[in-house]
Design a protein around this ligand. Structure first.
Ligand code: MG
Ligand code: MG
Length: 262
């Protein structure tokens, strides 16, 4: 994925530190992303197509004076990524792909507002799901919150990675290794790469004004992945279920500032 910086803010360890005005704009971008997820939560049900979900998401973004960040990104053809069951990330919405009772669907979406990006993913149950699927969702969302809790000034990047990994593995699930979180701001993908596994006390020191997207991706089975012939859809090699939760946030002097909530 593209990893380059733009804009001229203050930097530390090569990472741009955003000021209060910039964080306020990122918060607006994030709020729009959260509104998309609110709409997705209501629209996800058996029988809906992933293309219908995509159209709803695009409407929400454009009606808030924002632009779908994913659309056209490295040629991606849609506003959202829709990844069902053993699909982990980057699934492409289709008018021929319908949700079924018992599926889980991960929806990832970005919105760019006045040049600032919000990026967030959530995995939704379709109707009633199995207890195993429910446990996977809870482990993955819990890992996201465990990572966010570590996103504090003075901590190190590895503290986030280690917290996410420990949360997931203690529940018997596997962290996807080949994809991870990232810096976010003017671009969807900026430095640093944020691994979802690692050692606490290692890596870059966190400072107020750093803006990250944390996004654990978790498999119920093994973490090895394949990419489909479409060049996008990533799925587990062993066919096991996968979940994905993501928020955009800023490190502050106090608690992390979560951008992608209402
Ligand atoms: Mg995302
Ligand atoms: Mg992301």
């Amino acid at each position: 994925m593209i990893q380059h910086l733009s804009g001229q803010g203050k930097k530390t360890a090569g990472i741009v530190l955003r000021d209060a005005r910039e964080l306020a704009l990122m918060r607006e971008a994030g709020r729009i992303v959260a509104k998309v997820h609110e709409a997705m939560r209501q629209a996800v049900r058996p029988g809906v197509s992933t293309a219908e979900l995509d159209a709803i998401a695009e409407d929400v973004i454009r009606s808030h004076d924002a632009v779908p960040t994913f659309l056209g990104y490295r040629g991606f053809p849609a506003t959202i990524c829709t990844s069902i069951n053993d699909e982990i990330v980057h699934g492409i919405p289709s008018p021929r792909r319908f949700l079924k009772e018992g599926d889980i669907i991960s929806i990832d979406v970005g919105a760019t507002y006045h040049g600032w990006v919000g990026d967030s993913a959530w995995t939704y149950p379709v109707g009633e799901i199995s207890q195993d699927a429910q446990a996977l969702l809870e482990a993955t969302e819990g890992a996201l919150w465990a990572g966010i809790e570590q996103a504090r000034s003075g901590n190190r990047l590895g503290d986030i990675s280690a917290a996410i990994q420990a949360y997931v593995e203690s529940r018997g699930f596997a962290i996807i290794r080949e994809y991870g979180g990232h810096g976010v701001g003017r671009q969807m993908h900026e430095p640093p790469r944020i691994l979802n596994y690692g050692r606490s006390g290692t890596g870059m020191r966190l400072r107020p004004g750093m803006t990250f997207a944390l996004e654990p991706m978790v498999a119920a089975g093994h973490w090895l992945t394949n990419v489909d012939a479409d060049g996008w859809t990533v799925r587990t090699q062993d066919g096991s279920l996968s979940a994905h939760f993501e928020h955009t946030l800023a490190v502050t002097d106090g608690d992390p500032m979560i951008m992608t909530i209402l």
